[in-house]
Design a protein around this ligand. Structure first.
Ligand SMILES: NC(=O)c1ccc[n+]([C@@H]2O[C@H](COP(=O)([O-])OP(=O)(O)OC[C@H]3O[C@@H](n4cnc5c(N)ncnc54)[C@H](OP(=O)(O)O)[C@@H]3O)[C@@H](O)[C@H]2O)c1
Length: 245
C-alpha cells in the first residue's frame, strides 16, 4: 500500500479537492467526516478515478471523547498513515454567534475539536519521528473583525496551536503546516456579501498538496493573501477600531 493520508472533514469542498490531489499522486486515503453517505460517495469516486485505496469512517470534531479511539481505528485500518489534513470548520451565523450559546459551537468545531484530534495525531507521529500535519486555519484568524470575530478567534487560536505543535514536533522530524486560505467558493461562503478575490476549492486543494514539497511553514492561499493580511495587521488599532470590516 502507498503512504496514506487521513483527511478530517473530508466532505468539505476544500478537503475533497485536497483528497483528489493526493490521490492523483498515488496516495491512499482515509476520509473522515460526519456524513456516512457522502463519505461513501466521495470514496467510491476517488477510488474509481485514481485506483488508490480509500477507507472512510465517521468523525465528529465536537465528540472529543471519541478522538483517541477514532485515531486507533484509523491506524489499525491503514497502518501506513503518513500524514493528516485537518479540513473541518464551521463558520455559522456570526451575528447569532454574539450569543455565546451559539458562539460556543463555533469555538468547539474550529478550535476545541481541532486541538483534541491534533493532540492525538501529534502523540502518534512524534515517536515515529516522521509524518506531517496540515491544519487549515484562515486569514480570519489574523486580526479580529466585527463581522467574524468568533470564527476568527477560533481560527486564530488554531493557528497558534499549530505554531506550538510545529515547535514541539520539529526535533522529531514531523512537519506541521498552517494553511490560511482567503475567500474560497464553497458552501461555507455561499451567498455571503462582500467577498472578493474568491478562489476555487480545486486551486486551493492542489496548492495544499504542493506545499508539502516546499519549505514554508505558514502558507497563505492564494499567495497574495499574505500581503493583504500584512497590510490589515499593520493598520493601527485606533484607526482599525473605526473601520467597518
Ligand atoms: N470557504 C472559505 O472561504 C474558507 C476560507 C478560509 C478557511 N476555510 C476553512 O477551510 C476548511 C474547509 O472549508 P470549506 O470552505 O471547504 O467548508 P465546507 O465545504 O463548508 O465544509 C465544512 C466541513 O466541515 C465539516 N464539519 C463542520 N463541523 C464539523 C464537526 N463538528 N465535525 C466534523 N466535521 C465538521 C463539515 O461536515 P458536515 O458536512 O458533516 O457538516 C464539512 O465537511 C474549513 O476549516 C474552513 O474553516 C474556508
Amino acid at each position: 500500500m502507498s503512504e496514506a493520508v487521513l483527511i478530517l472533514g473530508a466532505t468539505s469542498a476544500i478537503a475533497r479537492a485536497t483528497a483528489n490531489a493526493f490521490a492523483a499522486r498515488g496516495n491512499a486515503l482515509y476520509l473522515a467526516s460526519r456524513d456516512a453517505d457522502e463519505l461513501r460517495r466521495i470514496a467510491a469516486d476517488i477510488h474509481l478515478r485514481y485506483g488508490v485505496e480509500v477507507h472512510h469512517g465517521l468523525f465528529d470534531a465536537e465528540a472529543t471523547d471519541s478522538h483517541g479511539a477514532f485515531l486507533k481505528s484509523v491506524v489499525t485500518a491503514m497502518p501506513k498513515i503518513s500524514g493528516v489534513v485537518l479540513a473541518f470548520g464551521y463558520l455559522g451565523d456570526q451575528q447569532a454567534a454574539r450569543d455565546f450559546s451559539v458562539g460556543a459551537k463555533v469555538i468547539a468545531a474550529n478550535f476545541t475539536g481541532a486541538a483534541s484530534i491534533l493532540s492525538h495525531c501529534a502523540n502518534y507521529f512524534e515517536p515515529m519521528k516522521s509524518g506531517f500535519i496540515i491544519g487549515i486555519s484562515s486569514v480570519a484568524g489574523d486580526r479580529g473583525r466585527q463581522s467574524n470575530y468568533v470564527y476568527g478567534a477560533a481560527k486564530g487560536a488554531l493557528s497558534l496551536y499549530l505554531q506550538g505543535l510545529r515547535n514541539r514536533l520539529h526535533p522529531s522530524g514531523v512537519r506541521v503546516i498552517t494553511v490560511k486560505p482567503g475567500f474560497v467558493d464553497t458552501a461555507m461562503t455561499y451567498g455571503l456579501p462582500g467577498l472578493f478575490l474568491v478562489a476555487s476549492p480545486q486551486a486551493i486543494g492542489e496548492r495544499i498538496v504542493h506545499a508539502l514539497g516546499k519549505s514554508a511553514d505558514v502558507v497563505y492561499l492564494p499567495w497574495f493573501w499574505r500581503y493583504i493580511m500584512q497590510i490589515i495587521r499593520h493598520i493601527p488599532e485606533p484607526i482599525f477600531k473605526r473601520m467597518k470590516l
